[in-house]
Design a protein around this ligand. Structure first.
Ligand code: PLP
Length: 365
C-alpha cells in the first residue's frame, strides 16, 4: 500500500470561486491567474473548472504552451512579459499577449520579425516599485510602443501593493489615472483583494481583473476576513492517516527537541505528513488538524515525514483514522488553509505552491 498521504483538487470549488469573483465584478472580464502551476494545483487539473474565465494569466512560457496544448484558444497573458527575443517568437506562434514593463522589452519588440502584430500590456509602476514604468516615464514608453509595427494594440496595466491591507489602493489608482486618463486601450488593475474589497473604488476602471488566490479558495485579507466570509470554498485538500499511536504520561515529551511535554496522560496520533510533503515546519504546538473530521491540535515539532497530534477530542480515533491537514474532509468539515499558513507565519499562497512533488494529487468534484 502506498503511504497514505494524498492531495485532492476540488473542481467544483474552483468553479464556484471563479463565479464568486465574477459576481463581485460583473462587468469586468476575468484573467484566471494560473502561474506557478495554478498555485500548485496543476494547470491540467484546474483547466476544465476554470475554462469559463475570459483568459488565463501566467508568466512561464512553458505553462502557456501547456494551456495551448489543452486546446485553449482564448487569451493568455504573460504577466512578466518576455525575457529574451526567442520568447517573442513563441508569442507570435501561440498568440500570447504580453506585459511590457521595461525599455529592454520594447527594444526586443522593435527587432522582432512578425507578420502578426502583438497585443501588449504596458505596465505602470504606480507605487509597488517592482515591475513597470514610473508615471513620469509611462507616456514615453506608450508613444514608443505605439510607433512600432510589431504592436497592434496597447492595454494599460498596474498592480496593487496594498489591496489587502489598511493602506488600500487609492494612491495607486490616482497615480495610474493621472497619467492614463486620455490614453486609449483596455485597463487591468485588480488582483483578488482589489476585486473583492475595492469594488466601489474601482468602478469602471478595470476592464480585466486578475484574481489568483481567491479562485483557489483563500481569503486575500485573512485574518481580517476568512474564506467563508467571502463565500470562497477550499480547492485543495491535503489528507493523510494516523500510522502510529503513543500513550504519554505526565512529563513525557514528543518529537525532536522535546518541545512539547504532556501535563498528564495523553494519547498521541502520529500522522504520515511532514515538511517533505509541504506541510510547513514552522507550525508549532496548537496548529489545528482534523482527525475523523474533529478539530485537534498538533503538538511538538513537524518532522520530515510525520507530525504528532493530541487525540483528546476524538477518543475513538486510532490506527488508520482519517486526517485532514487543510481543506475539506469527507463529512464536509473545513479546515481553512489560511489558518495553517497563519500558524506557520506565512500565507496560503506559499503553502499551495510548496506542495511537494512526492504527494500524489487527484482531481475530484
Ligand atoms: C500573481 C498576480 C496576480 C494574482 O494575485 P492574487 O493576489 O493571487 O489575486 C495578479 N496580478 C499579477 C501581476 C500577479 O503577478
Amino acid at each position: 500500500m502506498p503511504r497514505p498521504i494524498l492531495a485532492t483538487v476540488h473542481a467544483a470549488a474552483l468553479g464556484h470561486n471563479l463565479s464568486r469573483v465574477r459576481s463581485s465584478v460583473p462587468d469586468a472580464r476575468i484573467w484566471a491567474v494560473v502561474k506557478a502551476n495554478a498555485y500548485g494545483h496543476g494547470i491540467e487539473r484546474v483547466f476544465d473548472a476554470l475554462r469559463s474565465a475570459d483568459g488565463f494569466a501566467l508568466l512561464d512560457l512553458a505553462e502557456a504552451q501547456r494551456l495551448r496544448a489543452l486546446d485553449w484558444r482564448g487569451p493568455i497573458l504573460l504577466l512578466e512579459g518576455c525575457f529574451e527575443l526567442r520568447d517573442l517568437e513563441l508569442c507570435s506562434r501561440l498568440g500570447l499577449w504580453h506585459t511590457v514593463h521595461c525599455d529592454e522589452q520594447i527594444d526586443m519588440l522593435a527587432t522582432h520579425k512578425t507578420q502578426l502584430p502583438h497585443r501588449v500590456f504596458l505596465k505602470m509602476n504606480s507605487g509597488m516599485n517592482r515591475l513597470g514604468f514610473t508615471p513620469g516615464r509611462y507616456r514615453a514608453a506608450w508613444t514608443r510602443l505605439n510607433a512600432l509595427p510589431q504592436v497592434e494594440e496597447i492595454s494599460l496595466m498596474t498592480h496593487f501593493s496594498d489591496a489587502d491591507g489598511p493602506k488600500g489602493i487609492a494612491a495607486q489608482v490616482q497615480a495610474f489615472e493621472a497619467v492614463t486618463h486620455d490614453l486609449p486601450g483596455e485597463r487591468t488593475l485588480s488582483n483578488s483583494a482589489a476585486a473583492l474589497r475595492h469594488v466601489a473604488e474601482m468602478g469602471e476602471k478595470s476592464d480585466w481583473v486578475r484574481p489568483g488566490i481567491a479562485v483557489y479558495g483563500s481569503a486575500p485579507d485573512y485574518p481580517q476576513r476568512s474564506a467563508a466570509d467571502w463565500g470562497l470554498q477550499p480547492t485543495l485538500t491535503l489528507a493523510s492517516k494516523i500510522i502510529g499511536l503513543q500513550q504519554l504520561q505526565a512529563g513525557d515529551t514528543v518529537g525532536y527537541g522535546s518541545s512539547f511535554t504532556a501535563e498528564g496522560p495523553l494519547r498521541i496520533g502520529v500522522v504520515a505528513c511532514g515538511y517533505a510533503d509541504g506541510y510547513p515546519r514552522h507550525c508549532t504546538t496548537g496548529t489545528p488538524v482534523l482527525v475523523n473530521g474533529v478539530r485537534c491540535r498538533m503538538v511538538g515539532r513537524v518532522s520530515m515525514d510525520m507530525i504528532t497530534v493530541d487525540l483528546t477530542p476524538v477518543s475513538e480515533a486510532g490506527m488508520g483514522s482519517d486526517v485532514v491537514l487543510w481543506g475539506r474532509c469527507a463529512s464536509g468539515v473545513v479546515l481553512p488553509i489560511d489558518e495553517i499558513a497563519q500558524s506557520a507565519g506565512t500565507v496560503a499562497y506559499e503553502l499551495m505552491c510548496a506542495l511537494a512533488q512526492r504527494v500524489p494529487v487527484v482531481a475530484a468534484e
